[in-house]
Design a protein around this ligand. Structure first.
Ligand SMILES: [Zn+2]
Length: 44
């Protein structure tokens, strides 16, 4: 999923699967749909 983080007065949208950060929510969601990170981060 995409999480929002505020930093330097900018809201960043982070892909939790791979950690990529976007300053554009639409780009983040488009990335998430295509993100093929197959490293499940719930196994830690
Ligand atoms: Zn990703």
């Amino acid at each position: 999923m995409v999480t929002q983080v505020e930093r330097d007065d900018t809201t960043w949208h982070t892909c939790e699967a791979c950690g990529l950060m976007f300053d554009n929510e639409t780009e983040a969601k488009e990335h998430e749909e295509r993100c093929e990170s197959d490293e499940p981060n719930y196994i830690q």
